[in-house]
Design a protein around this ligand. Structure first.
Ligand SMILES: CC(C)(COP(=O)(O)OP(=O)(O)OC[C@H]1O[C@@H](n2cnc3c(N)ncnc32)[C@H](O)[C@@H]1OP(=O)(O)O)[C@@H](O)C(=O)NCCC(=O)NCCS
Length: 163
C-alpha cells in the first residue's frame, strides 16, 4: 500500500468511496444525496491537503487535513478518513491516521481534533482511542442516524507535539 497526496485528477477515483459513505448517512454529517461537485469541495478544495492510499492502481482509502479553526486555534488540525468497503479491516485506516499525524507535524500542527465521531460508529471510536485520541466531549443526540434516530457524537483530541 502506498500513501500519497491526491491531485484534483484523483477525485474521480475517490468519489465512489465518498459517495457511498455519504449515502449511508451513518458516519459523516454530509447530505445522503451529496452531489459530486460538493463532494469535491468538501474533500479536496476546503481542506489544506488530501491524501489517498492505493495498491496496484486502486484507491483503498483517503483522508484530508485542514485547520480545525483559525486564529488562536489554528495549531489544531482536523482530519477525516474514509476507506473503501472492500478494503476495510486490513489496517488502511490505521495507516492513514498514522500518516496524517506525521503530515500534521510536518505542517506545524500541535494537535488533532475530530469534531463529530458518531458514538454508534464503534469501529472508528475504538480505532481512534487505540491511536491515542482522548474523548474530551460527548454531544448528546447531536447526529440524526438514519436507522437509530438521534445518537450522541464524540469530540476526540490528541496532542501531537512534544511540548
Ligand atoms: C472507520 C473506518 C475508517 C475504518 O477503516 P478500516 O481500514 O477498516 O480500519 P482498520 O482496518 O485500520 O481497522 C481498525 C480496527 O478496527 C477493526 N475493525 C475494522 N472494521 C471492523 C468491523 N466491521 N467490525 C469489527 N472490527 C472492525 C480492525 O480489526 C482493527 O482492529 P485492530 O486494530 O485491533 O486490529 C472505515 O470503516 C470507514 O471508512 N467507515 C466509513 C467512514 C467512517 O466512519 N470514517 C470515520 C469517521 S470518524
Amino acid at each position: 500500500m502506498n500513501i500519497r497526496e491526491a491531485t484534483p485528477d484523483d477525485f474521480d477515483a475517490l468519489w465512489p468511496i465518498i459517495q457511498s459513505v455519504a449515502a449511508a448517512g451513518e458516519t459523516y454529517p454530509y447530505p445522503r444525496d451529496l452531489a459530486k461537485e460538493e463532494g469535491k469541495r468538501l474533500w479536496m478544495e476546503l481542506p489544506q491537503k488530501t491524501f489517498l492510499a492505493e495498491e496496484d492502481g486502486r484507491v483503498l482509502g483517503t483522508y484530508y487535513i485542514k485547520p480545525n479553526t483559525g486564529g488562536g486555534g489554528s495549531h489544531v488540525c482536523n482530519c477525516g478518513y474514509m476507506v473503501a468497503t472492500e478494503a476495510r479491516r486490513r489496517g488502511v485506516a490505521t495507516a492513514l491516521c498514522e500518516h496524517s499525524q506525521q503530515t500534521a507535524r510536518a505542517l506545524g500542527y500541535k494537535a488533532m481534533q475530530f469534531n463529530l465521531v458518531i458514538s454508534t460508529n464503534e469501529v472508528a471510536v475504538r480505532l481512534w482511542t487505540k491511536l491515542g485520541f482522548a474523548t474530551v466531549g460527548r454531544l448528546p443526540r447531536a447526529f440524526a442516524h438514519p436507522r437509530l434516530g438521534y445518537v450522541d457524537a464524540l469530540v476526540k483530541f490528541k496532542w501531537l507535539a512534544d511540548e
